[in-house]
Design a protein around this ligand. Structure first.
Ligand code: ZN
Length: 310
């Protein structure tokens, strides 16, 4: 099983499924553990935040501690089209633990192409939603032909997330995952909840795919084949992710030597290099990807990346 995103959603489902004895788990996440995560990201603790451990690594260690029978593979990476194209390991199910619709539409394309089911889930404020997507559809694009604008669906930056909303939506997601693994028939429709109002429902969707769906009816893969963006802003934080220009990696030891004396707080760990400059905190991974905290403007983030990492 592949769990994409190991934040609030992904830590809840990974914890439950590892304890349930799901044999093999792949977890992918691009971020590091921070103090503000601990309110709702149940696999992590203060030691992870103090050491800025990549979430996928911290999740793997805590899952192993919970159940040594489960094989967990951690992928410290952005779940981009390139990552999915190169992900060769067969998986029988994909769980959405992301915080953004572009990645969900990538998963929708990839799972249709591979003929595997996936379970969408999202939560904002006190509300959550989830839906099982079978390889024959209806798929995410049947229900929402175009990704909604982030401003229309709200985000955790403006609305926050109440922890019980995560628990409710991942309870549905985990139960449906167990049903799919056991060969039971999954629930049809979109589960919605508002834990503050005490509202829980499954909204019906058409049983058949939309006739004009470009993915499950016409076999196009618009998200997977679109040119990839080089920058992405991270939900809920003043942070921007920058991918390396040619997809090349960075030798962190060399970069550490080059930056010594020029930046503040320079520190290299097993998994990353971090430092601060220009009021921005940099976290650099060996694949050349960087997270810049304290900046919102992607153009400024790109300029800072090019200044210090090229
Ligand atoms: Zn469809």
């Amino acid at each position: 099983m592949l769990i994409v995103g190991c934040g609030a959603l992904g830590t809840h489902t990974a914890d439950a499924l590892a304890r349930a004895g799901v044999g093999t788990l792949h977890v992918v996440d691009r971020d590091i553990v921070e103090w503000s995560n601990l309110q709702r990201q149940v696999l992590f603790d203060e030691a992870d935040a103090a050491a800025s451990v990549p979430k996928a690594i911290a999740a793997r260690e805590h899952l192993r501690a919970a159940n040594t029978d489960v094989a967990v593979t951690a992928h410290v990476a952005d779940c981009s089209a390139a990552f999915l194209r190169e992900f060769a390991t067969p998986v029988d199910l994909v769980l959405d633990g992301t915080d953004n619709f572009p990645t969900r539409y990538l998963l929708n394309d990839w799972c249709h192409q591979r003929g595997i089911p996936w379970i969408y889930a999202g939560a904002v404020g006190t509300e959550g939603a989830a839906m099982v997507v079978g390889p024959q559809g209806p798929c995410l694009r049947c229900v929402w032909p175009d990704p909604p604008a982030q401003a229309d669906v709200g985000n955790c930056e403006t609305a926050g997330i109440l922890s019980p909303a995560i628990a409710a939506v991942t309870a549905f997601q985990t139960a449906e995952a167990l049903k799919l693994l056991l060969g039971a028939i999954p629930t049809a429709g979109v589960f919605t909840c508002d834990v503050w109002r005490g509202h829980y429902a499954v909204m019906p969707v058409a049983a058949a795919p939309a006739a004009d769906c470009v993915v499950c009816q016409h076999g196009e893969l618009p998200a997977l084949t679109a040119p990839p963006p080089r920058t992405a802003t991270l939900c809920g934080r003043d942070a921007v992710q920058i991918d390396p220009p040619e997809g090349g990696g960075i030798a962190l030891a060399d970069l550490e030597r080059a930056l010594t004396g020029s930046v503040e707080g320079l520190e290299r760990t097993t998994h990353l290099l971090r430092f601060a400059s220009d009021g921005v905190r940099f976290t650099v991974f060996p694949d050349g990807r960087a997270l810049l905290f304290g900046v919102r403007d992607p153009l400024r983030a790109r300029a800072l990346y090019d200044r210090w990492l090229r």
